[in-house]
Design a protein around this ligand. Structure first.
Ligand code: WTA
Length: 647
């Protein structure tokens, strides 16, 4: 099979060997007709009808897309729907007793919810939230670890037309407060605490601190996880009591306009501040449902496992909304991959006969490092498709994944997308396309991308440049859709473009290889952090004069954070090291703690005083320094090299 772009070009001409999906996969694939690319192209934008057809609408839309060459754009105008209805109620006639969620806890405890049980839970919680005064368009902040109540609360909000704002449970009180304050959220759902790597995290303490820090009054619903009888003062409610008081009640799903906000999520942007991304009810849901079907090949009878945390966009789109919209069984895991043993993930795959597994390249590299003896202990033959997301996956890890997890047979999809895109934009279609390890694939049907130079001109085949998305897509966030402030979008001539801030190249078959961020964001273990945010946390420590954070390649995490810090006179490394770590933990969370902190009397600077990050990155990666003539203080480089630990 060739790239299927109709050019008849043999992918074997390219240096990278292409691997066809096996026939048994193609025969059963949701999307197996290679003409899907041409059809979408010919019918654009009406091709996106197919995605919208996967949903139930209370009011049909007037047209698929309304808009000209530039914003405002509107997807499915006139259409109305409720996302919780689409993820639960409409499945009841056919599969009320099918499992919707299988939850596995860190000690091996498990809980399951059929669609009927999920319906009951979501309705009870929706009724409780409504009774506490939450109504359409309000923002509820959710600060929970990976427990079933997290998707339950999200869907309860959505049932009411309430916007959820999920904050990753590992974030700090400050990070929570900032996100609550900026949304004006007056309701917070959290828990007493939870176990992470064997130690108890005092989640409610963090929530209490955030509640005090914000200007608005906040009511707090507390889920009891640790059974420690925490005191709930004024303005606090017990989750289980509220739920029990409303058990058995039903709440009519509130119809929302296709462009109404479904949820808000914050991500790391180019500035030091977290960036709010609002996803829409119609366009987003249609896009995640369609990509869950066409790229992840999910079928209702599947058991599907995405090992991300719901606190990040991957979990929103591909644990909760996409899979449940398609009526499948989704696994949720609250634990680590090496506890009690390094075969934990494969033990779960084996036990539940998981069909489709979606994870981050960093996890694959970790499994590879641990060795194949762990997957070999289990029967993984139920697996049909493997996927990755969050960072580039190198050819070696890709091959290992396919060989040792996929039995040498499963297609592997390397899916490129981001918080802002809401859903997958670039990937192979596993039932159609040949795979090239190391390259994500072509833009999906209906999606158009290009790789451009700084002047905005398309670069030559295999040349590096910046990835741009050149046509609107249904899952686009509200600010890009309305064009408000234009954000990361721009025009080049008459053409509208979205800049995802990723470097990339395109090969002769149109396959995109993503090279990594071009802005100040760094992807660590598939999670996105802003260097500015980290640096401002570090420079906030008394005694720190300056700090620069760069990414250094890391065997399993892909990239590790290296902080270069120059102290003020009179302060020593011994004074500052611990305080820097806690400052980062306070500002963002322990997940952002730098792997290495290097103390240096000065940072490499240009004559105008600008820190040369390129040189710091080279030092951290033990690479050639290249041209250093612009430096004011070249003597610092040798010192930095010897102070950076060997890797
Ligand atoms: C990176 C996660 C290479 C990229 C869904 C993007 C990838 C950022 C891939 C978004 C991939 C995601 N290959 N890089 N398949 N997928 N990325 O917002 O740099 O947390 O811009 O969304 O992850 O990170 P975010």
């Amino acid at each position: 099979m060739t790239g299927g772009d109709g050019s008849g070009r043999d992918t074997a001409l390219d240096e990278r060997p292409a691997i066809d999906p096996p026939e048994w996969f193609v025969e059963q694939a949701n999307v197996a007709d290679p003409s899907v690319y041409e059809t979408f192209e010919r019918e654009w934008p009406d091709c996106w009808d197919r995605a919208a057809d996967l949903l139930d609408w209370t009011d049909p839309y007037d047209e698929v897309f309304r808009g000209g060459d530039v914003p405002p754009f509107e997807w499915f105008p006139g259409g109305r729907l409720n996302a919780a209805y689409n993820c639960i109620d409409r499945h009841l006639p056919e599969r009320k007793n099918q499992l919707a969620l299988i939850w596995e806890g860190h000690l091996g405890e498990s809980r399951t919810y059929t669609y009927r049980e999920l319906h009951r839970e979501v309705n009870a919680v929706a009724a409780a939230l409504r009774e506490k005064g939450v109504s359409e368009d309000d923002v509820v902040t959710v600060y929970l670890p990976m427990v079933p109540e997290l998707p339950v609360v999200m869907l309860a909000c959505v049932r009411l037309g309430v916007v959820h704002n999920v904050v990753f449970a590992g974030f700090s009180a400050d990070a929570l407060a900032e996100r609550m304050e900026r949304t004006g959220s007056e309701m917070l759902v959290t828990c007493d605490g939870y176990y992470r790597r064997g130690s108890a995290v005092a989640q409610k303490n963090k929530a209490d601190n955030a509640r005090i820090a914000v200007e608005q009054d906040v009511s707090v619903v507390v889920l009891d996880i640790l059974s420690r009888d925490v005191h709930l003062g004024d303005g606090y409610y017990d989750y289980d009591e509220l739920r029990a008081a409303h058990d058995g009640e039903t709440v009519a799903p509130v119809s929302r306009d296709a462009s109404d906000t479904l949820f808000r999520i914050y991500t790391s942007g180019t500035t030091g501040e977290p960036k709010a991304v609002d996803h829409t009810t119609g366009g987003y849901l249609a896009h995640v449902a369609w990509t869950s079907q066409s790229v992840l090949d999910i079928k209702p009878e599947d058991t599907y496992w995405c090992s991300a945390d719901i606190g990040w966009i991957t979990g929103h789109s591909y644990i909760v909304y996409g899979p449940l919209a398609l009526g499948t069984t989704a696994v949720l895991y609250n634990g680590t991959p090496d506890h009690p043993e390094k075969d934990r993930v494969w033990e779960i795959v084996d036990r539940y006969a998981v069909d489709v597994f979606y994870t981050a390249p960093t996890a694959v590299r970790t499994f590879m490092k641990w060795g194949e003896e762990y997957p070999e202990r289990h029967d993984l033959s139920s697996l049909r498709l493997l996927g990755t997301v969050g960072e580039p996956i190198d050819e070696r890890a890709w091959r290992w994944y396919r060989e040792h997890i996929g039995g040498g047979e499963c297609p592997v999809v390397d899916t490129w997308w981001q918080t802002e895109t809401g859903a997958i934009l670039v990937s192979t279609l596993p039932g159609v396309d040949a795979m090239k390890p190391g390259a994500a694939g072509r833009p999906l049907p209906g999606i158009e991308t290009s790789v451009v130079d700084p002047a905005g001109e398309a670069v030559d085949v295999d040349e590096a440049g910046e990835l741009v998305v050149t046509r609107p897509w249904p899952g686009m966030p509200s600010d890009l859709r309305t064009g408000e402030g234009w954000g990361a979008a721009a025009t080049c001539g008459d053409e509208w473009r979205y800049y995802p801030e990723d470097g990339a190249s395109v090969d002769v078959d149109g396959y995109v290889t993503v090279l990594g961020r071009v802005d100040d964001a760094i992807n660590v273990a598939g999670r996105r952090f802003s260097t500015m945010e980290l640096e401002s946390a570090i420079t906030g420590v008394e005694g720190v004069a300056e700090a620069a954070v760069v990414g250094a390649s890391h065997e399993t995490a892909g990239t590790a954070l290296y902080a270069y810090v120059s102290p003020e006179g009179g302060y020593t490394e011994a004074d500052l090291r611990g305080r820097i770590e806690s400052a980062v933990e306070d500002a963002i969370g322990g997940v952002a703690t730098p792997e290495t902190v290097v103390f240096t009397p000065d940072l490499p600077k240009t004559r105008s005083g600008k820190v040369m990050r390129r040189l710091l990155t080279a030092v951290a990666n033990d690479e050639e320094l290249g041209d250093t003539s612009a430096l004011r203080n070249p003597e610092i480089l040798g010192e930095l090299q010897s102070a950076t630990p060997d890797r």
